[in-house]
Design a protein around this ligand. Structure first.
Ligand code: ATP
Length: 359
């Protein structure tokens, strides 16, 4: 049940650099919540290798119980396909969580940071991606895996698109546009090649559009968009698309903005939301205390904004703004992690963010 005066959050540290950046994120979030008087209750739970070693599952039931009792959670990066294959469904924790908790809207804001030498210096675009079905074989069957090989030279991959998922996603994307003052929502699609599945997706937006008279829904073929976006990036502010297209487009946008190092994301459903950095587990620097926690901190800030939008409690919006501004100002001081050109470790950078928030 929604309790406006408290935000119950699970904390899942994950693999690789996950524990380091999650610890930093929790410290920043607690500091922001304290300054903004935005009550949060944090409950840690295990996921990934740690969980597998303990209970032979990368997502044990005890963790799902914590998440069931939470309003949202922070998920550190987890491996994708590297776990033992005895549980192929839960073996991809991030995909499983998105589907299991119906976190159907994946919001990926992309912004250029000068420290990364971006190809497009003032790029600012948000990709909203359907998150629960489409060309993702671990997500589109109730039992089993949606990619299979009946004979040695025949391989099949199933793509599932349903009206229910399209409808709820279209509402989510249009409401996001409204909440953020976007007057245009671009839909990137490939209806020319896949008229049924893409047609279902597009018609969900067309049906709903009259409820959002201030937002113009503009259709754009994914191939046209891909060639136009790098040349005219400022034409696009908000783009909604299906799952796999959204994965590719948001990575392309991050690349043009200088990399995934600062890229935040939120996976949201009707009742719950999950903060998750766009980058992976970075095994090459794991355990060294030098990873940049910014992407996860900014994702946690999105979680606070989501809770504000859900409850109307302005203290959560204040906490989110503190976190966003704290990261921005800490980066501007130059005392950053190595990927941003500085010498600070993960914990030291988190201290710098907290110091900026306290000013
Ligand atoms: P995975 O298999 O989990 O996707 P990966 O190494 O293939 O891991 P990323 O984790 O996204 O993919 O890392 C890509 C590169 O970016 C690596 O060199 C990594 O060290 C670097 N990197 C990723 N995240 C961070 C971070 N938060 N701080 C610093 N460097 C990072």
């Amino acid at each position: 049940m929604t309790n406006k005066s408290n935000f119950r959050l699970g904390v899942l540290a994950g693999d690789g650099i996950g524990p380091e950046i999650t610890e930093a994120t929790v410290r920043v979030l607690e500091a922001a919540a304290g300054i903004a008087s935005a009550p949060v209750t944090l409950t840690p739970a295990v996921v990934g290798w740690k969980a597998y070693e303990k209970s032979k599952s990368t997502l044990p039931d005890e963790t799902l119980n914590v998440l069931n009792a939470s309003d949202g959670w922070i998920l550190g990066p987890t491996f994708a396909g590297e776990y033992p294959k005895d549980d192929p469904i839960r073996g991809h924790p991030s995909g499983f969580l998105r589907r299991h908790f119906k976190l159907f809207g994946n919001v990926r804001p992309v912004e250029a940071w000068s420290q990364f030498n971006p190809l497009i210096p003032d790029l600012k675009v948000t990709i909203i991606r359907e998150n629960t079905e489409g060309f993702y074989p671990d997500r589109n069957l109730a039992w089993g895996y949606g990619e299979f090989k009946p004979t040695e030279d025949v391989a099949l991959s199933l793509r599932v698109i349903t009206g229910v998922a399209c409808d709820r996603f279209a509402r989510f994307a249009l409401e996001h546009a409204k909440a953020n003052g976007n007057s245009v929502l671009h839909i990137a699609h490939k209806r020319t090649a896949m008229p049924q599945t893409e047609g279902l997706f597009i018609s969900a937006f067309e049906k709903l559009q009259p409820e959002f008279p201030d937002i113009s829904v503009e259709l754009l073929r994914i191939d046209t968009f891909s060639s136009s976006f790098p040349r005219e990036p400022h034409r696009y502010k908000l783009v909604a698309t299906t799952n796999l297209f959204g994965d590719i487009l948001s990575d392309q946008a991050s690349g043009l903005a200088g990399g995934v190092g600062m890229a935040a994301s939120l996976n949201a459903g009707t009742d719950k939301a999950m903060a998750q950095a766009v980058h992976g587990t970075a095994p090459d620097i794991a355990g060294q205390g030098k990873a940049n926690p910014s992407a996860l901190i900014l994702s946690a800030a999105m979680l606070m904004t989501w809770w504000f939008q859900k409850t109307g409690e302005a203290s959560y919006r204040k906490a989110a703004t503190l976190m966003e501004e704290g990261v921005r100002r800490a980066v501007e001081t130059g005392n950053t992690t190595a990927d941003l050109g500085g010498k600070a470790g993960t914990a030291e950078f988190a201290d710098a963010v907290i110091k900026q928030m306290q000013k």
